[in-house]
Design a protein around this ligand. Structure first.
Ligand code: ATP
Ligand code: MG
Length: 428
């Protein structure tokens, strides 16, 4: 794709037209011209043959739509991005039907417009590659990266348990790759040998094939296929991001889910893992340092134009003192909390045994949360528990003499958020 994509702007209003032109020029686009609706627009489209068209869709809607249709007739291969103050779904649908590839609601933000144009250009490039047979269609699993801006916040615990829960609940194949470039702990938490590891796959590109990757996989008793990290951090020196990309691609063609555990830091291998992800679980705990680092991680991902919908915030209560927290995480991070994992002392016992807690103690409150989280990322909708079921469980728990009530799921309740001393500290 060209570094300064050529675009034209079609907008009947001279003020917003000039503003959009300024915005695009500042974002590095080569603006080939700007025009109003009708003949003016068609002539500009013909004369400039841009890579993308940015068009305002305003009243009178019929005239805007007529212009869009005519531009699409002149430039059938060129993606069109519309911006509008109209959010009526029927207008948006109509615009999509006649060829608009993306529809942004005004007021426009320069990063949204820029991201949208790059995205539609990338989609058009891929469409062309499909037409010329350059893209080989193949099944591709979901790549789920467990990421966090800090160490010791439960990333490996979550990666191992979600992996085991996915096998249990979906009956599909799951590969877990330990990308912790310092001290990979997956092998310890799953109690597996590490005779073969990622370091054995630091090979020329064409040698990292299905056979080579599978020869380094260890199948755990839970059913999860594990690609361990090398024992010594120095062995990572021979591994570069290209190797990781090839390994993950091979695993994603043979497994329904590929889970990537990462260290609490950014490096070129983590960056490549994030780029390849379908979903990123961004783990944080409720302490000031973790929240501050999570804000910085989110800012960095935004600066890469990383798709926001891929990032899911998971709050892990690694400490029982955080159980009653009133911290407004959503307000601090500027993003909804996707999941919240309760503190559970059974986790450290399971870790000592080298077994994921979802296998060792499937009824514990952490296990319930991990299982529900696995269902949430896989798209399985859990049936809400009825009152009688809940009552039955309570009686069973009391009867068994256990101290813990069953979990009510990990979904963060919006009512739990009030005033936050941490927010003030973070903002300072
Ligand atoms: N929800 C929880 N309840 C209780 N203990 C937890 C919970 N989550 C994690 N822990 C404990 O927190 C500790 C750190 O967990 P873990 O090793 O998974 O973190 P990590 O983010 O992978 O660390 P690192 O960055 O060093 O690899 C472990 O002792 C683990 O048992
Ligand atoms: Mg870890």
């Amino acid at each position: 794709m060209a570094r300064n994509p050529k675009v034209i702007i079609i907008d009947q209003d001279p003020n917003t037209r000039a503003e959009t032109q300024r915005m695009l020029a500042l974002s590095g686009f080569a603006v080939m011209g700007a025009a109003g609706y009708g003949m003016e627009a068609i002539t500009l489209a013909r004369e400039t043959t841009p890579e993308a068209v940015v068009i305002a869709l305003e009243e009178p809607i019929a005239r805007s739509l007529q212009t869009i249709e005519a531009v699409a007739d002149v430039l059938p291969q060129t993606p069109i991005v519309a911006y509008s103050s109209i959010s009526d779904p029927s207008v948006i649908r109509r615009a999509m039907q006649i060829g608009v590839k993306d529809y942004l609601i005004a007021p426009l933000k320069d990063e949204d417009l820029s991201h949208s144009i790059h995205e539609v250009l990338a989609q058009e490039e891929r469409r062309q590659q499909r037409l010329t047979g350059e893209v080989e269609p193949q099944a591709y699993g979901t790549v789920l990266t467990i990421f966090g801006a800090k160490g010791g916040i439960g990333k490996t615990t979550i990666a191992t348990n979600v992996a085991a829960a996915l096998v249990q609940r979906t009956n599909q194949s799951v590969a877990l790759v330990d990308l912790d470039t310092r001290f990979g702990d997956v092998a310890i938490l799953m109690d597996i040998p590490t005779d073969r590891s990622i370091a054995d796959l630091a090979l020329p590109d064409d040698e990292i094939d299905r056979e080579a990757v599978h020869s380094c996989l260890y199948t755990h008793g839970s059913g999860v296929a594990i690609l361990p990290a090398p024992i010594r951090p120095s062995e990572w020196h021979s591994v570069h991001p290209g190797h990781i990309e090839k390994m993950v691609t091979v695993l994603a063609t043979t497994h329904d889910y590929v889970i990537l555990d990462t260290p609490g830091a950014f490096n070129d291998i983590v960056t490549r893992a994030l780029e390849m992800s379908t979903i990123v679980l961004l783990i944080a705990t409720l302490d000031l340092a973790s929240l501050k680092d999570t804000i910085l991680a989110l800012e960095m991902l935004r600066s890469w134009s990383f798709p926001a919908e891929k990032i899911k915030i998971v709050i892990n209560h690694t400490n029982d003192t955080h159980g009653d927290s009133r911290i407004d995480v959503r307000r601090i991070l500027g993003k909804e909390v996707f999941w919240s994992i309760p503190y559970d002392r059974n986790i450290s016992q399971a870790t000592q045994l080298g077994t994921p807690i979802v296998v060792a103690k499937p009824k514990s409150k952490a296990s319930e949360s991990f299982i529900e989280l696995a269902c949430a990322v896989s798209g399985i909708r859990l049936r809400p528990k009825g009152m009688l079921e809940r009552l039955g469980e309570r009686i069973a728990v009391i009867g068994a003499g256990q101290a813990e009530a069953p979990s009510d799921g990990g979904k963060e309740s919006p009512e739990r958020v009030v005033e936050s001393p941490v927010k003030e500290a973070v903002e300072r």
